[in-house]
Design a protein around this ligand. Sequence first.
Ligand code: ASP
Length: 580
Amino acid sequence: MRWRNLEAGELRKEHVGQRLALAGWAARRRDHGGLVFIDLRDEGGLAQLVINPERAPQAAEVAHGVRNEFVIRAEGEVTARAPEAVNPSLPTGEVELQVDELEIVSRSEPLPFQVDEENVDESTRLRYRYLDLRREHMQRNLRLSATVVAAIRRYMDEHGFVDIWTPNLTKATPEGARDFLVPVRLQPGRFFALPQSPQIFKQILMVAGMGRYYQIATCFRDEDLRADRQFEFRQLDLELSFPTREDVWETLEGAVGASFEALERTPPERPFRRLTWHEAMARYGSDKPDLRFGLELHDLTEATRDSEFKVFAQAPSVQYLTVPQELSRAELGSLEELAKEWGGKGLAYLVFDEEGEVRSPIAKFLSAELIEAVRPEQPSATVLFGADEPLAVARVLSAVRNHLGRELGLIDTSRDEFLWVTDFPLFEWDEDGGRWTFSHHPFTGIRPGDEDLIESDPGRALSQAYDLVWNGWELGSGSIRIHDPVLQQRVFAAMGISKEEAEERFGFLLEVLRMGAPPHGGFAMGLERFVALLAGEQNIREVVAFPKTASGSEPLSGAPTPIAQEILAELGIQVLPETT
Ligand code: ASP
């Protein structure tokens, strides 16, 4: 016996008159006393079953017992629906199956929520993910994800990239997060780290002469979870030998374009826009600006040096942005709250009314000249100021900018803005550690000509790193790498990593670089972020089959769980009592 001859969603007019079997879930049952209608759902869609007690008394008997989400199998004849019963919103809406035989294949307990119910709380959805995944939008998201991955693979294969698997049990790869560690029974007290990325292995593959590598790689990072972050996620990871930055960008732009095409969408215009990190920070206060709206930042530091307003005069950086409308006191109040959440001390403002008159508690401290300097072209506008360290101003004003972009409906959602942000600083100052650390990872290449700054002025050295940004989301990062072991040592040294420590942590890479390393570079794009944006989702959990909750658990299986003493002992591990 065949379970079914067709998928439910494939049923069409051309099947009228055929006898066939369908199998799937009872999505809905309408019992009219006599006739029973069941919407049968499978992976292909919905089809309507009609069970008529006069035609099939036994099937009608069975139909009365069917409940939502029972698995059923129906055999019968496909008939055309009466014109008034046609459902134009359903691809199968012109036909139905007149059932002769109906079988309950599998029953369902009463459900914790209905599959078509809206607004089910997320922890319940994740606890019963198998029910949640039966929903149309989740089915669509997972299928979309598979389509994109397949398109990317095709594109990479066609462009000569070799898919190479790299180990998941490995040594720590510094990408700025904590490692997940795996104890080793055969060597108690020793641990593998799950890779934060295949970074070192892909570089080694270039030294190994592979030329072009790619992988859909799972990466593991122990960091706080957010809407766009999971402990584990996939990257389109790639590396090329002898590349220019443009070669890497072209590859990515092609893979992105191929993904759009696979979804039958118009690919974004190429080449993508480019901004240096300095320009992005100056104009948007962010290294991942959303370019679908303006509200650009302007610098006022010079002009405020002699201001009577001490907050401005004394701040290392003063910047402002102009909102094209008068904001109310309440709106300004909530923006100030937002600024404080992002580490700002406050949010100074000037409101220009319709006549161009200024309203502001700080206006009396500002010279007429300064007010003229920021006066907007249009009347009825608000100028918002940030005054602090440059990066702190950028953080606050970019949060305000993004918030206003959304709240005031300034974002042109019909646009897709892809952007390369280039020339990142090589190092960042680590306040806690009191030393320079890498901004991307320690293998990032230096902008040619900046090598001497490594020792003399590390904060000014620029790198050959670049990020890809889509509508304000960072999709991934990459760089041209350091292929000279001496330069690599100098970068380690600048970050306070001693020769011994470098040897201990990265000795194998340094050795590899000493044995004929070609220039190389690459990129990694976060697949879940990319897919979430393609699917129009705000949260990557919506495109992951079995994600972790924000607190880092997996509600369906209940992981993580404690482990029995004997097993821990075998691994040489003793768990400290909780101290909280
Ligand atoms: N390994 C880097 C990352 O995961 C990407 C790269 O530099 O290729 O962000």
